[in-house]
Design a protein around this ligand. Sequence first.
Ligand SMILES: NC(=O)c1ccc[n+]([C@@H]2O[C@H](COP(=O)([O-])OP(=O)(O)OC[C@H]3O[C@@H](n4cnc5c(N)ncnc54)[C@H](OP(=O)(O)O)[C@@H]3O)[C@@H](O)[C@H]2O)c1
Length: 329
Amino acid sequence: MRAWVIREAGGPEKLTLKAIPRPLPRKGWVLIRNRAFGLNRSEWFTRRGASPSVVFPRVLGIECVGQVVAAPGGDLLPGQRVAAMMGGMGREYDGSYAEYVLVPRAHVFPLQTKLEWKVLGALPEMLQTVHGSLHTGLEIDRAENILIRGGTSSIGFAAIALARAAGLEVTATTRNPQKAAGLKEAGAAHVLIDDGNLAQKTRSLHPQGFDRLLELIGTTTLEDSLQAVRRGGIVCMTGILGGAWTLRNFKPMEAIPGGVKLTAYSGSSSDISVEQLQHYVTLVESGLLKLTIGPTFSFEELRKAHRLMDENRANGKIVIETGKENGKE
Ligand SMILES: NC(=O)c1ccc[n+]([C@@H]2O[C@H](COP(=O)([O-])OP(=O)(O)OC[C@H]3O[C@@H](n4cnc5c(N)ncnc54)[C@H](OP(=O)(O)O)[C@@H]3O)[C@@H](O)[C@H]2O)c1
C-alpha cells in the first residue's frame, strides 16, 4: 500500500510517499480501508518534532473514516463503514496517512451514514474534541453564552456550531479582521479581534464576564482569558495554537479571579460514545447541523495540505481523500 512516512522532523517535505507492506489483520484489531482523514494540529506538532514520545519513522495521522476489511475475533463485518480515532494511532503505531490502517477495536466507531467520505472524514476528531470540551469541560447545559478564543480554527468553527445548536449566544475571536465575516456566517453573534488583550473588550458585551470560555490559543492567552469570565464561570483550555505548553511564573492566587473555574480538555476517544457520534453524523447528514469544513486534498497532495496548515489559511478542517488504491482500482 502507499503511505506517507516521516523519518525526521521538519517541514512538509519530510513527509515522503512510500510503498510499504499493508498491515496484517490481527485479533482484537480492525483493518480499515482508509477513505478519508482529517488533518490535525497534533500531527503538525509531531511533524515539526514537538512530540517527544513519537518515535520516527512513523506514519502519522490520528483519525480516519473508511470500510472494515477484516476484524478477526470481533463484531464488525467487512464493508461496514467506520470511523477511528486516537488511542495511540499515528503516534505509538502507524496511523492514517496510508491507504490501510490497523486500529484496536476500542477506538473504532461503526457508523450508519451515506455522507460523502470527504465530509465524514472531517468529523470524528473534531466532534469528539468539541463535544468533550463543551460538555465534560465547560458543562454548557448550565450556561447562556460562550467566548470561543481561536474561533477560526477547525475546532473553533465546530464549537461555534455545536454551542449555537445547544442554544448559547456565541462570541468568537480571530487575530485577522478579514476573517470576521466567516465567523459570523458560521453562527457567531459577535466577533472580537484578538490582540492578546481581550478581557477589557469582552466587558462591552458582558459587563460581568462570559459564562464560559473555550481557550484554543492556550497558555499564551490563558491569564487574559481568566479575566474575561464571570464569577461561577468556567474556562476550558483545549488548544495550544499559541505554541507554548507551559505557563511561566503562574501565580494562581493572582491569575484566577475568585469563583472562576479553570479546567482543561486533552481528549480521548472514550469521551464520546458511538451513539453520540452517530447522533452528530445524522444531524450533519440531515442538514440540521452545519459545520464549516475547510478544503479537501487528494492523497498525493498531503504536503500541500500541510503547507496550508503552516500558513493558517485553511479556515476549517482540512480533509484528505485517499481515493483509489495505488492511484488505480
Ligand atoms: N484537546 C484535544 O483533544 C484537541 C483535539 C484536537 C485539537 N486540539 C487543539 O485545538 C487547537 C485547534 O486545532 P485545529 O486543528 O482546529 O487548528 P487549526 O484549524 O489549524 O487552526 C488555525 C487557526 O489558528 C489560529 N492561530 C494559529 N497560530 C496562532 C497563534 N500563534 N496565536 C493565535 N492564533 C493562532 C489562526 O487563527 P487567526 O489567524 O484567525 O487568528 C488560524 O486560523 C490546536 O491547538 C489543537 O492542538 C486539541
